[in-house]
Ligand binder design. Structure first.
Ligand SMILES: NC(=O)C1=CN([C@@H]2O[C@H](COP(=O)(O)OP(=O)(O)OC[C@H]3O[C@@H](n4cnc5c(N)ncnc54)[C@H](O)[C@@H]3O)[C@@H](O)[C@H]2O)C=CC1
Ligand SMILES: O=C(O)CCC(=O)C(=O)O
Length: 474
């Protein structure tokens, strides 16, 4: 890609304008003239945003973009971000809150998985942060509302690990029905214990799926192919795969299933969704599997039900409190029921590996990293979890004096009129705006903008009372 489009500031002799990735123009910093900062050819995977003649928008040097990746984000994602020239620091574990607060102060982009808690308390220290990438499905670990209200966009990967979770469920259903993890453990200890009592085929049994989304529906197909009957419960009316059947209530599902698996997000409604009362409604000798979030099942209630024999087996992949990284202990200090869990028979305990396959992690790495780059470089919010979805076709090299304005603002009456008054001195080539709850997102490409005018444009938008965050990409 030619560099011509990127040397506007130098051509105009404006050497005090800092092209900052954050929402503020710091006039004390000088403009870098590093040639390597002037352009980057977008990777081919960004073809939707950057066609052959598209211009790479960049209000900053990409080398200034600081990215912190926690929890062992896959190399595929790391490479995409590094190729942009961003400064990427990747760590294998999550961080305790006080460490996270220190680290997050500086960064523009953070990538996490399910463990890192991005609470309002943490995010309020993240003065430069513009975007969060959850390299996973769940986003309950992020205060999405606070993030939106402070102009921080959040992305996830909605289904790249769904198949991996579904396959693990199939493995666990069979393992529990045949008690084979117990048999294997016994034989590892030198004990031969050939039994058939309480061991079953899964053919003809009923699987009850709670939450029939990406994971639940994949599982449904796999289970039917093994000859299981499938019923499901979901708050939304959904068409069943194959011959599976939606039931009207959670109670109906619990009463009708031999195996119950949980695939709901963590919300106020789903916390302790399965507790003593629900377990009592389950069939005697039924099995329970939870690979959603640790708070969905009241684990002490499950322990009692397994000790009494009401529940014949269980598999847990998730826990209310999970260790920060590999090698850390899983004991009573984290969850006070841990020792009791470990002493139960026919319970499979896995360290939150539902989505941990090479296929899933590699796909998630690409998907989320691409979304982050598209947001940082172009302002695109397609598939964002907490912001309205806004995108415009790319600026092209034939449009050298064009500027993309992004204005994240409170969703209150009168804002568009005032913004357009400010933009009105220029030609607004295209514009898109949308809102989600209290937050609205406006993207406008304006032409015939002299670089010397950018600061004023930016400042006028910043001065509006409705402003959450302003970015000007050029
Ligand atoms: N163990 C692991 O490694 C993984 C765990 N997960 C967890 O599994 C959850 C489900 O994943 P997906 O199927 O991809 O999510 P999804 O969003 O595609 O599906 C969730 C379904 O649950 C339903 N639902 C929501 N609240 C409900 C309620 N109160 N009662 C009944 N149904 C309800 C929704 O309508 C939706 O159909 C994620 O939110 C995540 O927490 C996801 C991937 C990997
Ligand atoms: O792989 C991970 O770290 C998290 C998987 C998960 O729970 C999710 O995708 O929501």
């Amino acid at each position: 890609m030619p560099t011509a489009a990127r040397d506007i500031p130098e051509r105009n002799g404006i050497d005090t304008l800092n092209r900052s990735v954050s929402n503020s123009f710091d006039l004390s910093a000088s403009l870098s003239t590093s040639p390597s900062a002037t352009f980057h050819s977008p990777p081919t995977s960004f073809s939707k945003q950057a066609s052959a003649s598209a211009k790479q928008l960049k209000p900053f040097q990409t080398a200034d973009v600081k990215v912190l990746l926690l929890e062992n984000v896959n190399q595929t994602g790391q490479s995409i971000l590094k190729k942009q020239g961003y400064q990427v620091e990747a760590m294998k574990s999550s961080l305790a809150e006080h460490e996270l607060i220190e680290k997050i102060k500086d960064v523009h982009v953070i990538g996490i998985r399910s463990k890192t808690q991005l609470t309002a308390n943490v995010l309020k220290h993240a003065k430069n942060l513009i975007v969060i990438g959850c390299f996973c499905i769940g986003t309950n670990q992020v205060d999405l509302k606070y993030a939106a209200e402070t102009g921080i966009c959040v992305f996830n990967s909605p289904f790249s690990n769904s198949r991996s979770v579904a396959e693990l469920m199939i493995g666990e259903i069979i393992a529990l029905a045949r008690q084979f993890t117990d048999r294997s453990l016994e034989l590892h200890k030198g004990v031969w214990n050939k039994v058939s009592t309480g061991c079953w085929e899964v053919r003809g049994k009923t699987l009850g799926i709670v939450g029939y989304g990406h994971v639940g529906s994949q599982l449904s197909v796999l289970a039917e192919s093994m000859g299981m009957h499938v019923i499901y419960y979901d708050v939304v009316n959904l068409m069943g795969m194959g011959t599976s059947r939606q039931v009207a209530s959670l109670d109906d599902l619990l009463q009708g299933a031999d195996f119950v698996t949980l695939h709901v997000p963590e919300t106020d409604e789903t916390k302790n969704m399965i507790s003593t009362a629900q377990i009592e409604k389950m069939r005697n000798g039924a099995y329970l599997i939870n690979a959603s979030r640790g708070t969905i099942v009241d684990i002490p209630a499950l322990i009692k039900a397994m000790q009494s024999g009401k529940i014949a087996g269980a598999a847990l992949d998730v826990y209310p409190n999970e260790p920060g990284g590999n090698g850390e202990n899983f004991h009573n200090q984290l969850n006070d029921f841990t020792e009791d869990l470990r002493n139960l028979k026919n319970i499979i305990l896995t360290p939150h590996i539902g989505g941990s396959t090479e296929e899933a992690q590699s796909a998630i790495g690409v998907e989320v990293a691409e979304a982050l780059v598209n947001y940082v470089n172009f302002g695109t919010t397609t598939q964002a979890v907490n912001m309205p979805e806004v995108t415009l076709r790319s600026l092209t090299l034939e449009e050298p004096n064009h500027v993309r304005v992004i204005y994240i603002h409170k969703n209150v009456p009168g804002v568009l009129r005032r913004v357009n008054e400010i933009l009105g001195d220029h030609n607004v080539d295209k514009q898109m705006t949308d809102s989600r709850g209290d937050v609205a997102y406006l993207m406008a490409d304006i032409s015939s903008v002299n670089v010397s005018e950018i600061k004023d444009l930016y400042q006028s938008l910043e001065d509006l009372g409705s402003r959450i965050r302003t970015r000007v990409l050029y």
